[in-house]
Design a binder for this molecule. Sequence first.
Ligand SMILES: *[C@@H]1O[C@H](CO)[C@@H](O)[C@H](O)[C@H]1NC(C)=O
Ligand SMILES: *[C@@H]1O[C@H](CO)[C@@H](O)[C@H](O)[C@H]1NC(C)=O
Ligand SMILES: *[C@@H]1O[C@H](CO)[C@@H](O)[C@H](O)[C@H]1NC(C)=O
Length: 792
Amino acid sequence: MHHHLSLRALLGLSAWAVPSIAASIGTNDVSVTTSSCDDFWLEKIKHQGVAPFGGDGYKVFRNVKDYGAKGDGEHDDTEAINRAISDGERCGPGCTGSTKTPALVYFPSGTYKLSAPIIDFYYTQLIGNPSCLPVLKAASSFKDRFLLDTNPYGANGLAWGATNVFWRQVANFVIDITGVSPETLVSGIHWPSSQATSLTNIVFKSSSAKGSQHQGLFVEEGSGGYMGDLVFEGGAQALSIGNQQFTMRNITIRGAKTAIQQLWSWGWTYTGVSIQDCELGFDFTAVDDKGALNVGSITITDSEIINTPVGISYGSANSTGPDAGNSFVFENLRISNVETAIKGPKGAVVPGSSGESVIEAWGRGHAYTETSTGPKKFEGDIQANTRPASLVSSSGHYYAHSKPQYENLPASDFVSARAAGAKGDGETDDTDALNKLFASAAAANKVVFLDAGMYVVTKTVYIPAGSRIVGEAFPVILSSGPFFASASKPKPVVQVGKCGGSTGRIEWSNTIVSTRGAQAGAILIEYNLASSPENPSGLWDVHVRIGGFAGSDLQLPQCAKTPNTTITESNLATECVAAFLSVHLTRYAAALYLENVWVWVADHDIEVGANNEQITVYAGRGLLVENSQGPFWFVGTSVEHHQLYEYQIVNSANLYLGQIQTETAYYQPNPDASHLPFAPRSGAPYYDPVFVKGESGWGLRVVDSKDVLVYGAGLYSFFDNYDVQCSQIGEGARCQERIFSVEGKKSERVRVYGLNTVGTNKMATVDGKDVIVWEDNVDGFVHSVAVFEKGV
Ligand SMILES: *[C@@H]1O[C@H](CO)[C@@H](O)[C@H](O)[C@H]1NC(C)=O
Ligand SMILES: *[C@@H]1O[C@H](CO)[C@@H](O)[C@H](O)[C@H]1NC(C)=O
Ligand SMILES: *[C@@H]1O[C@H](CO)[C@@H](O)[C@H](O)[C@H]1NC(C)=O
């Protein structure tokens, strides 16, 4: 898989000018001096992260220059960079998955000339200097299909099944393929990937020569995911992308032939897209080899298309009226100098204009309300959501905030968890060390650097207002022991803000919260903090991971699946009951922004074997929002495999949710959701749902809540007691009966754009009455409704 020294010799012959630093800054409008390029804290800080299962001498942090990369624009850096990534028995192509060998591969500013692809590995962060983006530059001799190949093709297809590529990041780069002949089909990044991955703050440069075949980004498969803060220049397609679902935010595309070529989708959420000087903005016309539409649900919000003849194109040769396929809602789309705003198979559907106009809300597909008896087929303008003031910024767009990277802070503003006495070795009890560190760092206004490691905690870890925490290569806070053992007295593992209420603000990124062994009373994250809506708190790439990894004691040996045994109280594996509740936004929580948050109960063992062996790990509840007026933003979040529900929103208001994704526990209904392992607790503070015998958990349950605005929801049930047949085409969508419930007289302005379900008989249920049946909304493998609303 790795590349040869001989290529370096070959490339040494070509002369390259050293590009100026200014060129590498890309679109950042801050002007940066050369000296500050050397000042990024992550480069300066002492690196003492550990990997408890990585073997002796394993290094988590790698600076590519320590491996011989020059970054001078002349020297061929391919081999050095690939060595920095692969050093130390890591999980590369041929290894199914591993959490044991995390790596953060750092690129100082500079231009790295590449003659062959950079190959990414499992559980890897590739991070450039955000103040002076390093340039990965394809040499003119570059001949491969992808410059940064994160999932290369081998004899048996992709190196990693695209739906099992987790915990990866690529951030702060210029990806420049303009040196490759424009006739060559080449993409800057190949990214078939899934949850807990991200591409952020990247500038893609492709050739804009006439007839250019270049692509910035190519994604053909997976179960994403989030990406954002991306700029694309040139190319035949800036993005050529297909995946089950995605949230893409803050994407600027200039001078491509087609800005976004959608290869396929179940559901996709675009927000903050700016398309300028292209020939076609969004291309949703893809069909399969039989001519059936490939593109399912799409929502686009707060976006613009400028100086581009055709804004959006959809449909196929034989498309008729609006149906479940090509199911769209576009809300707040600004058009300027666009001849045809929206083009269907028979021509313009929404004309453009040489001046400016705004499409407030337009859609096509199937619409339902709580009183519908069947789908209303529609194509045209619709009523836009009334956006609560607390959810929007002064522009009227939904508030959003990119992950902080603290590039303007000196290294002296950071305090390391390991330097402060926490060990992160997967054994030592780090509770007191972390508690002391979080308290003192917040008081001294320092940023906590949570070095790579596994921090065992035996009591609650408290994160006070004023905290800023950033992890290295996804450190794990791991609960353990009797403190978290009792389901009748649940206890938070990480508590943000005091129970009873605290005001202030936090920023927290790049961290995983987990449990070890039986933890029936663990609430992984309890969030109590009230921030001001003008300055919300944020969680970026903070994930919950329950079971399936080394150190969890919840792997194949302990928690093998049991499809052939009827599970009852007496034989349920109590040693695999691993959490009470994953994330609780309590009545005291307000003004929180979540971006790229994956709350996952493992369905397979990451470490064992070549087949992603399935396991049964039990966790009671997914993400609960309880008695809060918000505002909350869920941008690219996913919650999977809990017993009672994935998302539950009770007595709450003012939520933006954009592409939420759920999966029902694969073991259900053996046992069903009704009482195993957790009997429901009704009333405050958990408000558990009650099920009759045989039912599976809710994907999304909304109770007495207002202004719940969902921009894309994929609620999936693939299995019936580990048998996948029930979700297959033509099998009657019989994995579970119901998956989405809206309840209570006080539920108002609950509106879902792009509702997609899999394997579920009834797609939406209001106060116990089923209002959407799958048969009316078939779109290939999924079932799609463009707009569902209750109480509007
Ligand atoms: C969008 O991304 C750019 C970097 O490409 C960044 O400078 C800008 O702050 C981002 N804007 C928002 C609203 O996130
Ligand atoms: C268009 O043709 C494909 C392939 O024959 C078929 O699957 C699809 O249902 C057709 N669509 C319509 C609207 O007739
Ligand atoms: C369940 O039983 C089937 C049929 O006997 C067998 O093939 C399968 O391996 C069993 N699965 C497990 C996890 O025991």
